[in-house]
Each structure stands twice: as C-alpha cells, then as structure tokens.
Write a protein that binds this ligand. Sequence first.
Ligand SMILES: *Cc1c(COP(=O)(O)O)cnc(C)c1O
Length: 229
Amino acid sequence: MEDEIRARIEEVRERIAAAARRVGRRPEDITLIGVTKTKPAEAVNAALACGIADIGENRVQELLEKLPELNGSPRIHLIGHLQTNKVKQIIGKTDLIHSVDSLKVAKEISHQSLAAGIVSDVLLQVNIGRDDNKFGILREDLPEILEGVSEMEGIRVRGLMTVPPIEQDTRKTRAHFQSLYKVFIDIPQIYDNIKMEYLSMGMSGDFEIAVEEGANLVRVGSAIFGSRA
Ligand SMILES: *Cc1c(COP(=O)(O)O)cnc(C)c1O
C-alpha cells in the first residue's frame, strides 16, 4: 500500500510543481493536504511516512477516532461542514478549520477556544459558485461576517476556502477560482485577527487549475488514496 501511495504522492507533487511553474509561482509555496476521509489510519500513516505533513478530514467523529492512531504530529485540517454542537469536541485538536460558514459557528469556536485558553485558526468558507447544495458564505455577506468575527476573541481568520460547483467545462471551474482569488486579495487587512494568508482551493479533479489561480493550500484525497466507497 505504501508504495502505491508514495507513487501517487510523487505524481501529485510533480503536477502541483508544474502548475506553479506555468504561472511563475514557487512550488514550495503550495501545501498539499492529504484528504483521508473514509480511509483507515494505516493509509494515513503510509502517507505520513511518504512526507505528507498535512492531513484533512471532513467529519469531527472520524477525525477524533483516527487521531490517536496517527504516527508523528501532522498538521490537522478540518475541511467539512462544522455543526455548532460539535465545536467543543475539536477545539485544540486542529491546526486549521477550513469550514467556518456562519457567525454562529465562529462565535462558538471563539467561546470554546477562550474557555480552553487557546486561539483557533480558521478559514472562512465561501460559496463562490452560489451553489444551493454547498455550504459557505455568499460573497456579499462576507463584509458582515468579517465585521462580526473581528469583535471575537479566541479566533483568528487566516484566509478563505471554497468548494466550487462541479462543472463539465474547466473554464467555468477556473472562473470560480479566479473569483475567489479576487475576493481574497480585495479583503481589507484592517482587523487584528483577520489576515488573508491562506487560499484553500483545489481537489483531485482541479488542483492544477487552483494552483494556477493562486491556491496555496490544495486538498487532495482520491488522487492519493484512491477512490472512496
Ligand atoms: C473530500 C474532500 C476533498 C478531497 O476530494 P478529492 O476529490 O477526493 O480530492 C477536498 N475538500 C473537501 C472539502 C472534501 O470534502
């Protein structure tokens, strides 16, 4: 299993590097997150042995079950929708929560982080394609969310994340990524606890386009670990 995962990681890294070079970016500025949802801890540990340092899970329960079985100390990314009532369980267990999509969940992260005496790093998830089936903040609601989060302690916004709608035409996918990049660079850096450092976009089917359009965190599952049941 490790040999196969190693080969796939190598291939994904090469594709990221090639995409970066096409647009004059440095490959080392892009972090590959291995998305391990539904995959057993052995598969995750195989990826860690092959140099993956960042792990993404989309469900709180699954993450909590897998964490004690992981070797070393990978950076942990929560990338799936987070319900307010699950926040308490994961505070202090993640390095970055990508999926903050409401003031309500931000407030609970703030509250629980303060109680634990820590500051939690998060991204705001933006529904850039205005897809009814996707979570995320609509672009026009961002100023209000930023304003609200700026008054909260215990939470620090480090950037934006998106999952664009599935498109047949890759030009449309590219347009979604371009739109989010524009939002990302246009957000005023006026709040102490909001800095636009990370742009999390791109999955197995579209990470090269995302890198070409400015992503510095890519979330890749099936291209590394194989398809999910
Ligand atoms: C599952 C998932 C991914 C990875 O998807 P692949 O297509 O397998 O690479 C990335 N981001 C999120 C939010 C996911 O839920």
